[in-house]
Design a protein around this ligand. Structure first.
Ligand code: ADP
Length: 492
């Protein structure tokens, strides 16, 4: 398996700080492996706290100039970057698939999806309106203006190496903030390639800076930003555990925080649902990216009356999914990111079986003519799932669909909400009154109603409860990167 690109120069392994590619002060690298083979194929800079500080210095120096650029200038920069990303879709998709493992067809989709946030915020940059407040006393004028919060640190996960970072950088730059970014250690190359294109788009030096590091160094690198009072916001997608560390450690300098954390998404199939549509919706939502997304259904609740019929249809559909490496055009599920991910999936399946689950399909690692590496796991359907199983409480982050049985609407809503998390929830029903009732009661930031594909740059993405706060995308997405300033002019 080789990575051939039209533009090999998109592969970088340095940090990009103040408009310069550099190797890191200690000139150290760490290895990146391909999840399909587990073989090392590239290196990235193993940065230190001092590298992180240099990036923050650059972003801080660039801020005054960038924030005062006309909104149109920032918008046009973003539009040029967007176009360059689209022009290089195939190369970006290949880099993404190679380091992350997802099938090429999904990686191409991710490039377009990630780029759509840059396009969207290029337009939103032009609409950061303020307000004039009607007078309550004579001789005063009360006004509101929006200002960028300042230097933003973006920390992103490995499951969407392009979309997650684009979704953070785009609103920050649109608002007039400057950015320091640290991509996930497993998947830095896509982010670095994006930065090559941002440079080509003419982003001024210091406006976008990126540093990479191995897992061992991450708390030094990010720690340098958490304690730096010039960094005014942290925007993070990742685990709830790390999100809490960031919230705690940035409290001393009271930074703004956008935290998009773990989920434990319920997917409810009511007795009046269109079962074929529900199966399709579940397959889209559950098996995208091999089940490694924070909005993947983790608990599938099916009404007793349709349980067996739904399970049968689901198994037929799931057992036809093709598992294989990214470079086989018909692959639908790639390898898991690494052996830790496989271990967790195996633990969840074993634990479920010990607690009474029945395995209908999958359940094991697979290796076959297509899927030859160590990190492939068969798409799995389990029935008789119950609350005593680990997978009821902890996001599996893999291709496992456990079916829970329920009898009443009240019972299933209580079960669905019985989790500290609240990112996405889904349900299928053809009863319009029930649709409104259930939507109202779902304790999640996103509700898919008779729909499994919920993400869009035009809609607000984010959670409630311990799934975090802040919204990405939509007209709400820019607010998180702006302060509201009130101007009161008197003596008129
Ligand atoms: P995952 O379990 O999906 O890898 P993490 O929350 O561990 O999710 O990682 C998401 C991002 O957070 C990655 O960029 C990772 O390097 C970073 N990260 C992990 N641990 C820390 C930490 N202690 N401080 C700051 N960032 C961290």
């Amino acid at each position: 398996m080789t990575l051939t690109l039209n533009r090999p120069e998109l592969i970088r392994n340095g940090n990009f700080i103040n408009g310069q590619w550099q190797n890191g002060l200690q000139n150290e690298q760490y290895p990146i492996s391909n999840p399909a083979t587990d073989l090392l194929f590239a290196q990235a800079t193993n940065s230190t706290a001092d590298d992180a500080k240099l990036a923050a210095d650059a972003a801080y120096s660039a801020f005054e100039n960038w924030r005062h650029q006309p909104a149109k200038t920032r918008s046009q920069c973003l539009l040029r970057w967007h176009q360059l990303i689209l022009d290089n879709t195939e190369d970006l998709a290949r880099i993404l698939s190679f380091e992350q493992g997802k099938p090429l067809i999904e990686a191409r989709g991710e490039v377009t999806y990630g780029a759509s946030y840059i396009d969207w915020f290029a337009s939103e940059a032009l609409r950061t309106y303020g307000d004039i407040i009607p007078n309550v006393v004579q001789g005063k004028k009360l006004m509101v203006v929006k200002e960028p919060v300042g230097v933003v640190a973006a920390i992103t996960p490995w499951n969407f190496p392009l979309a997650m970072i684009a979704r953070k950088i785009a609103p920050a730059l649109a608002a007039g903030c400057t950015v320091i970014a640290k991509p996930a250690e497993d998947t830095p190359l896509t982010a670095l390639a994006l930065v090559v294109l941002a440079e080509e788009a003419g982003l001024p030096a210091g406006v976008l800076n990126i540093v990479t590091s191995s897992r061992d160094r991450v708390s030094d690198v990010v720690g340098a930003w958490l304690t730096d009072s010039r960094v005014r916001k942290i925007t993070f997608t990742g685990s709830t555990a790390v999100g809490k560390i960031l919230a705690r450690e940035s409290a001393a300098t009271l930074k703004h925080l956008s935290l998009e954390l773990g989920g434990n998404a319920p997917f409810i199939v009511f007795e009046d649902a269109d079962l074929d549509a529900a199966v399709e919706g579940l397959v889209v939502a559950k098996f995208r990216n091999g089940g490694q997304t924070c909005v993947c259904p983790n608990r599938i609740f099916v009404h007793d009356r349709v349980y067996d019929a739904f399970a049968e249809k689901l198994v037929a559909r799931v057992s036809s999914l093709k598992v294989g490496p990214w470079d086989q055009e018909d692959s639908q599920i790639g390898p898991m990111i690494n052996d830790r991910a496989i271990d967790k999936i195996q633990r969840h399946v074993q634990d479920a079986l010990q607690h009474g689950a029945t395995l209908l399909t999958g359940g094991t690692r697979i290796q076959n003519a297509m899927a030859t590496g160590p990190n492939y796991f068969a798409p799995t359907v389990l029935t008789n799932a119950n609350q005593n199983m680990q997978l009821a409480h902890d996001e599996t982050f893999g291709p496992i669909a456990p079916l829970f049985r329920f009898n009443t609407e009240e019972e299933v809503i209580n079960a669905a909400n019985d989790t500290p998390f609240g990112l996405a929830g889904y349900f299928y029903s053809n009863d319009i009154k029930r649709v409104w009732r259930v939507s109202d009661k779902m304790q999640t930031g996103i509700v898919g109603i008779n729909e499994g594909a919920i993400a869009s740059e035009t809609a607000p993405f984010g959670g409630v409860k311990e799934s975090g706060y802040g919204r990405e995308g939509s007209r709400y997405g820019l607010d998180d990167y702006m302060d509201t300033k009130y101007l009161c002019q008197g003596n008129l």
